[in-house]
Design a protein around this ligand. Structure first.
Ligand SMILES: Cc1cc2nc3c(=O)[nH]c(=O)nc-3n(C[C@H](O)[C@H](O)[C@H](O)COP(=O)(O)OP(=O)(O)OC[C@H]3O[C@@H](n4cnc5c(N)ncnc54)[C@H](O)[C@@H]3O)c2cc1C
Length: 290
């Protein structure tokens, strides 16, 4: 397997910021993934998995780690009624198409979540009152010591959290779905996508939700809107004028610009509402919210 050096991770993230990975592997099979993980263990390199990079902010200086991006067999989808067997690197979009064509429902909620199935497990991604914990049967998790199937209970999925540690790679996932007519699936998806387009900046470069919703009635977006932050700009990054819990790469943004906006948003939310916002976006490299 080829190990690439110095590849800019801005090409692998939806926000389009961030510096290079000291090493990048794109394993195409479980064997190649094992090889990459063992190599990292021998070289004492941290592991960072990048799926579709749709909830990631990478430091502008890059990251000293072996970055893993699943490809080939590890990004395929098979229909196994009443569900799907997907590689951890399979995109949600492909899973949804395969499920719809097979007349399998239950994955519609993910139609506007632009990630991979493995990233969905790690983040317990969700929308419209459902999340990965409703559909995962089990996941194949690889570490430098080998690969094992892990049950839903062991994954301990909760609001945008899982029990997976930093060196654990979701190589495969079995999803439990249920028979549903294709036309119904199509109709639900169209409705949810229209809803998204009306409320979120789906046509801009973002990394999805910046902060988790804090307990209470106000979602993070509404809270930041009430702080007057819509349209607030630092460098090339701007708090979305459409939805205040999104940061857009308006014009040559850096990750530092995004972090500076996050710091300002947290300061104002705390000052005006006494709320300490917890970030949802995953940080890669030397990034910190003071
Ligand atoms: C426009 C937009 C809308 C969004 N809407 C939603 C939404 O409604 N709900 C929601 O929950 N999220 C949403 N997101 C965020 C994001 O799409 C989800 O968190 C998604 O599940 C991340 O998947 P990914 O493959 O892109 O992971 P990445 O962003 O690449 O990585 C996220 C985290 O998962 C880890 N990871 C990725 N793949 C694996 C793997 N195979 N094994 C182990 N760890 C892995 C990474 O190391 C990182 O810690 C949105 C993002 C955008 C840009």
């Amino acid at each position: 397997m080829i190990l690439e050096r110095g590849v800019s991770l801005s090409k692998l993230t939806t926000i389009g910021t961030g510096g290079p990975a000291s090493m990048l592997a794109r394993p195409r099979s479980l064997d190649e993934l094992g090889e990459a993980l063992r190599h990292a263990a021998i070289e004492e390199l941290d592991i960072v998995v990048v799926g579709l990079g749709s909830n990631l902010l990478v430091a502008d200086e890059g990251v000293e780690a072996l970055v893993i991006h699943l490809d080939g067999e590890l990004a395929t989808v098979d229909v196994r009624p009443p569900g799907l067997a997907a590689g951890g690197g399979a995109t949600n979009a492909v899973c949804l198409h395969r499920a719809r064509d097979a007349g399998l429902g239950g994955f519609e909620f993910a139609c506007a979540i632009p990630g991979t199935v493995g990233g969905g497990v790690k983040m317990n991604a969700g929308a419209y009152g459902r999340d990965w914990s409703d559909i995962v049967a089990r996941a194949l998790v690889a570490t430098a010591d080998g690969a094992d199937w892990v049950t839903l209970d062991q994954l301990a999925l909760s609001y945008r959290r899982s029990a997976l540690g930093p060196g654990a790679v979701v190589a495969g996932v079995e999803l439990r779905l249920e028979p549903r007519p294709r036309e119904e699936i199509k109709a639900t998806v169209s409705e949810l996508i229209a809803q998204r387009k009306a409320t979120q900046p789906t046509n801009k470069r973002t990394f999805g939700s910046v902060f988790k919703n804090a307990p209470g009635e106000l979602g993070a977006g509404r809270l930041l809107e009430l702080c007057g932050l819509k349209g607030h700009r630092i460098g090339g990054a701007v708090i979305s004028p459409m939805h205040a819990n999104f940061i857009e790469n308006a014009d040559g943004a850096t990750s530092s610009d995004c972090v500076a906006l996050m710091v300002e948003a947290r300061r104002r939310a705390h000052e005006q509402f006494g709320v300490v916002l917890e970030r949802e976006v995953a940080f890669v490299g030397d990034l910190e919210l003071p």
